[in-house]
Design a protein around this ligand. Structure first.
Ligand SMILES: [Zn+2]
Length: 120
């Protein structure tokens, strides 16, 4: 499953960012996912919960922000945000476009819960 490996990767990256011997629980992990990245957010949430159960990320909430698709048309030079996942210029109908946003997948922010100590 695609989402399982993504969840795994998110956890690994998050753990790298955490201070060593971190005793503060992670409150949330904020993700930005492009609309075109083909990630099923529901299964990602599910996998994340499953994989973090026994880690320092347990109880962390995965907050996903979907990034809309933006393209730049090579024909008419317009930059537009697309409603549909059809990669075509809505203005002139050209398929000769480059994708500016919509394929990303990255961690935007890690929020630590500094009001609570982690009970190991
Ligand atoms: Zn165009």
């Amino acid at each position: 499953m695609h989402e399982l490996s993504i969840a795994q990767e998110i956890i690994e990256i998050s753990e790298q960012y955490l201070p060593q011997e971190n005793t503060v629980p992670v409150k949330s992990v904020k993700l930005k996912i492009g609309k075109l990245s083909n990630v099923c957010v529901d299964s990602l949430q599910f996998c994340f919960k499953l994989l973090t159960e026994n880690s320092s990320l347990r109880n962390a909430e995965l907050i996903v922000q979907i990034i809309p698709v933006r393209i730049k048309c090579s024909q008419c030079n317009k930059e537009v945000e697309l409603e549909e996942n059809i990669i075509c210029c809505p203005d002139c109908g050209s398929y000769d476009v480059s994708i500016i946003n919509g394929l990303e997948l990255y961690i935007d922010e890690l929020e630590l819960d500094d009001e609570m100590e982690l009970n190991k």
